[in-house]
Design a protein around this ligand. Structure first.
Ligand code: M6R
Length: 607
């Protein structure tokens, strides 16, 4: 989704803005632009395409030289990715702004502004809000912003320049995230912390309907009635290294390798005396054992982590769990209320569908537990209970280490709940917890065998379509493997419950079609093998991902990747790694932009 940056200070503003925007590239974008106070006016440079295209354009046509400005990477929603639709947008003589999010009532506002004699050059909702701020501007920026905030609906963040105030940046947010960085005689705005890490680790979180006024001396904050606000200065706990590639060809590969460390960072502080302890997250055995039903609501990969959570919680704690896609949950009048627990899983903590689902659940009286990676994000702040995953910054659009720690937290929660409900003994809980702590070591071993997965990826890279099949937890894992492959390699794939194939989908099998069979669950092994034989007999090229004690009959697998065996319940933590790497290598072999796949954004802040 769009990224906003802004800078006021002594450095060359255009350079800072482009560098900061480059740290937001992971969010996904299709055009970029900056606006800088230069030679007594606001000069804009913008271009469709990548930041490199913007830099090339500025090289050719001249870079605005100044010390105060705003910048933007746009992920097109209203209007195609063109130079004209790129941000920043001018709103008239005084206002120039950048915008992240959606102005829901822009059509009505546009009609009103046209009736007032204003004309528009772009198709964007952003230009409408720029014109509206300009319309309300009569010499007082705060009043113009506050009047605008009263009229617009939607979820958005704005970075604004007023021509009369060449030493200031104004910013405001409702819904979409925005931080304000504090450096030595310089200030920043950004959609996310990595954008400013090169310059400062100190930042403020702008809250709903708060206005920030930035100068090189610092930032003042106001509410929309102009009452000054004191805000807590936060310090980022990542450094630049965490947000850089550190020698890996892609962020995705780096993040896959960071999984063992991420698990340890997430799990170790939540274990006391060999047992899970989530008390610091507001979760106590007394509290959680009372919940009637559990819903897990999330999107994409986070939803797949929820699928693993469902198996774990239902198997160990014997509590019914419903997993819902957030965008579906909201609109089907969910049967939830007091006594229910809604677990929202999100890496970014800003996914609009998940955030709105959580708000709805709260409204209906359920308790909410957020499992979130991004500190201070909206979901983290609004949930009743919160477990942070400590994956560190995940930059690649394809989620890997975030998924790993989401399922690690699902295990901790499942173990604690099962113990609280007396469904497992303390001894069993200790055994499972100890095994969870062993997973990083096993994952290291899998990562050392990357070459085998490169060979497997070669075998399927030319396929038009493939299937992932599995049963139980392996089915949940297949969904994640399939999503990973399609989002970065652009090869169509589908995940199917292995036993369900014969009810229709098996007719898709053609000679040589790759089928990845995930078979890590001993209790289901024989059944899964039968299903593999069914596809093999119809000409499929089979790739088996299984435990290392299996001795599959030779003729059922063209390729076999064996996993270190741990308890069946924990096998998803092993099994996801080869699936991630197969997808990664397939994407590299197809020459795709692995970290920034087409049409996708890292943080999906629109519905
Ligand atoms: O930030 P979130 O975890 O809420 O994001 C949810 C999905 O958009 C995300 O997992 C998406 O499916 C990833 N690109 C998958 O790799």
């Amino acid at each position: 989704m769009c990224g906003i940056v802004g800078y006021v200070g002594a450095r060359n503003c255009a350079d800072v803005l482009v560098s900061a925007l480059s740290k937001l590239e992971y969010r996904g974008y299709d055009s970029a632009g900056i606006a800088v106070f230069a030679d007594g006016e606001i000069q804009i440079a913008k271009s469709k395409g990548r930041l490199a295209d913007l830099s090339a354009k500025m090289e050719k046509e001249g870079k605005p030289e100044g010390h105060v400005g705003i910048g933007h990477t746009r992920w097109a929603t209203h209007g195609e990715p063109t130079d004209v639709n790129s941000h920043p947008h001018r709103g008239g003589a005084y206002v120039t702004l950048v915008h992240n999010g959606i102005i829901e009532n822009y059509k009505r506002l546009k009609e009103f502004l046209i009736s007032e004699g204003r004309t528009f050059v772009s198709d964007t909702d952003t230009e409408v809000v720029a014109q509206l701020v300009d319309y309300h501007y009569h010499g007082d920026p705060l009043a113009a912003i506050a009047d605008t905030m009263r009229e617009v609906t939607g979820s958005f963040a704005l970075g604004i320049l007023f021509a009369d105030f060449p030493n200031k940046i104004f910013a405001v947010r409702r819904g979409s995230p925005l931080i304000v960085g504090k450096g030595e005689n310089e200030s920043f705005i950004a959609s996310d912390v990595p954008a400013i890490l090169k310059y400062t680790k100190q930042y403020y979180l702008l809250e709903h309907d708060e206005i920030a006024v930035l100068t090189d001396k610092g930032t003042e904050f106001y509410d929309t009635r102009f009452v000054p606000i004191q805000k807590e200065l936060l310090t980022a706990d990542w450094d630049m290294d965490a947000a850089e590639k550190q020698g890996y060809e892609h962020f995705m590969l780096k993040e896959i390798h960071e999984q063992p460390e991420s698990i340890l960072r997430t799990v170790t502080p939540r274990i006391e005396d060999g047992l899970p302890s989530l008390a610091e997250c507001g979760i106590t055995p007394e509290k959680i054992k009372e919940f009637r039903n559990i819903y897990i609501v999330a999107c994409g990969t986070a939803m797949h982590a929820g699928m693993v959570g469902k198996y774990v919680i239902e198997k160990l704690a014997r509590v019914p769990v419903i997993v819902d896609i957030a965008s579906e949950f909201r609109y089907r009048e969910p049967l939830i209320g007091e006594g229910d627990l809604i677990i929202i899983i999100s890496q970014s903590g800003e996914t609009a569908d998940s955030l709105e689902a959580m708000r709805l659940a709260k409204k209906l009286g359920a308790k909410t537990l957020a499992i979130v990676n991004a500190k201070g994000s909206s979901i983290a702040r609004e949930a009743d209970m919160l477990i942070y995953t400590h994956a560190g910054p995940e930059i690649a659009v394809a989620s890997t280490k975030a998924y790993m720690v989401q399922i690690a937290v699902m295990y901790l929660f499942g173990f604690e709940l099962a113990l609280a409900k007396g469904k497992i003994t303390e001894e069993e809980c200790r055994r499972l917890t100890a095994l969870l702590l062993e997973t990083p070591g096993y994952i290291e071993k899998i990562l050392a065998r990357k070459d085998e997965l490169h060979t497997i990826a070669e075998s399927l890279v030319k396929a038009e379509s493939l299937l992932y099949i599995g049963r139980g937890l392996d089915y949940a894992l297949s969904m994640e493997g399939s999503l990973k492959l399609k989002e970065i390699s652009y090869i169509h794939s589908e995940a199917y419950a292995a036993g369900e194939l014969k009810h229709g989908t098996i007719s898709l099998i053609y000679d040589g079609m790759p089928v990845i069979a995930v078979d890590t669950q001993k209790a289901l092994h024989e059944k899964t093998v039968s299903n593999i034989k069914e596809v093999k007999a119809r000409g499929a090229m089979t790739i088996l991902v299984c435990g290392d004690s299996y001795a599959p009959e030779k003729d059922i697998a063209d390729y076999c990747f064996r996993l270190p065996e741990i308890d069946d319940l924990l096998m998803p933590m092993m099994g996801v790694v080869p699936l991630q790497l197969i997808a990664y290598y397939a994407s590299v072999m197809r020459g795709n932009d692995v970290d920034k796949p087409r049409n996708l954004a890292k943080s999906v802040t629109v519905e």
